[in-house]
Design a protein around this ligand. Sequence first.
Ligand code: SAM
Ligand code: SF4
Length: 447
Amino acid sequence: MKPTSAPRTYRVKSFGCQMNVYDGERMAEMLGERGITPAPEGEEADLVVLNTCHIRERAAEKVYSDIGRLVKAGTKAGKTPLIAVAGCVAQAEGDEIMARAPAVSMVVGPQAYHRLPAMIDRAVQGERNTDTDMPAIAKFAALPERRRSAPAAFLTVQEGCDKFCTYCVVPYTRGAEISRPYADLTLEARKLVDAGAREITLLGQNVSAWSGEDERGHKVGLAGLIRALAQVDGLARIRYTTSHPADMDDDLIAAHGEIDKLMPYLHLPVQSGSDRVLKAMNRSHSADSYLRLLERFRAARPDLALSGDFIVGFPGETEAEFAETLALVDAVGYAQAYSFKYSSRPGTPAATMADQVGMEVMDERLQRLQAAINRDQHAFNRASEGRDCEVLVERKGKLPGQWLGKSPWLQSVWFEGECAIGDLVRVHLAEAGPNSLRGLVRETVAA
Ligand code: SAM
Ligand code: SF4
C-alpha cells in the first residue's frame, strides 16, 4: 500500500452485541487521545473502524459489503479512507479479510485493540498489519480514562466463554473466560458516573461467571460487585447482561430482592424448550431447571421483567421439539426476547451435525416464535398501563418537546414535558403499544 497522510477524522461503526458497542466507545476514546476527531455527520472519515460481529453468517457478511461501499465512495471522492477491521470477524477471519479486501490496511482482534494507535502509524507508512493476539487484561490497563458518558453506560466486566455451546463461535473469537479486577471496575464505574452516567449495564458474554476479590481480599461473585457499585453516589441504576443459567447463584437471586438500584429485569437466554436439543447444544440446563430458576428469581423480585434468547432450527430440531419451545414461551411470559434462525458457523461442532434444517422451515418457525414473543411483550406493556415509575431520560424524541427513556423494566417510554437528558423523571405510563409506552411526566427525581 502507498504511504498516506495521518488521519484527522474517524468513524467507528459497531455491529452486533453491546460488548462491541463498549469496545467501539473505547476505540473512539483512544483515537480522541491521539487528536483524531469524529468525522462530521455526512462527511467521509479519514479512518474507518468496522467493529464486526461473527455470531451469525449475515452479521459477518456485512463487513464485506461495508468495505465495498467505502471503496466506492473513496474512488468517487478521490481518496479511500484507512480501513481497520476490528471485532470478532477480524479475530476469526483476519487472513481471509487481508486476502479478499486489499483496501483494508488493519485487522485487529477484540483483545488487541489497545494497540490500534501503533497500527495506524504503520498503516500511514503504507504497511498492512494484523494483530489478533489475546492478552485480554492488558488491553483494559492500556485504555484511556473514561471522560465522557451517556446517561446509560456500558461497562465490560467479563469477557470470553468456556461453555462451548455447539453452535457458537464466541469461545473461539473472544477466548477463555476472564474477569476484570474488582478495583478496576469500581474505579471505572466512578469515572463513568463523574462523566455523566446515571445507569450502568455490566457486560460480559457470561457476565454471571464474573468473580473477583473485594478490597478485604474476600472472593466475591457478580452479586458482590453489584453491591459495591450500589454504593457509588450518583449511580441510580444497575443492570447486567448476558447471563448463563449455569452461573446464577443464590447471592445474585437475593441481590434482586435487596438492592433497589438493581433494576427488575433479567436477560437469561434459554435457546430451546426441548431437552434433547438443549443437550445437543451442550447447554447445561433443561427446560424444567430453567423454569425453576426463573421461579426463584420471581420469588425474590415479583415484578421482574424477563427476557431470553432463542435459536430455531438447530440441526435435527423436529416440529414437536419446536412446539416445546413455544410451550416454554407460554409458560414464562417474557417481557421481551431475542430469537434467531440457527446459523451454521465454520469450526463449531454443530456445523457438521446431520439433519441441518432447511431455510423455509426455519423461516416459518421463527415467524411463529416471534408472534408468540410479541404477543407476550404487548401483554407485558399493557399490564404496565396506569403505573407510575421512574424513567431515565436518554435522548430527544423525533418530535419537538418529546423525550425518550427506559422504564425500570427496560421498556422504551416516550413523553413530553420539562426535563433534560440524564434526568430521572417520575412518569405515569398512560398508554401501551407493542414496542413502547407513552408516558406523562409527574416530576423530576433528585439525584
Ligand atoms: N452467553 C450467552 C448465553 O449463552 O446465554 C449468549 C451470548 S451470544 C453472543 C448471543 C446469542 O446469539 C445467543 O444467546 C444465541 O441465541 C445467539 N447465537 C449464538 N450463536 C448462534 C448461531 N450459530 N446461530 C444463531 N444464533 C446464535
Ligand atoms: Fe456462546 Fe453463550 Fe454458549 Fe458461550 S454460553 S458458547 S457465549 S451461547
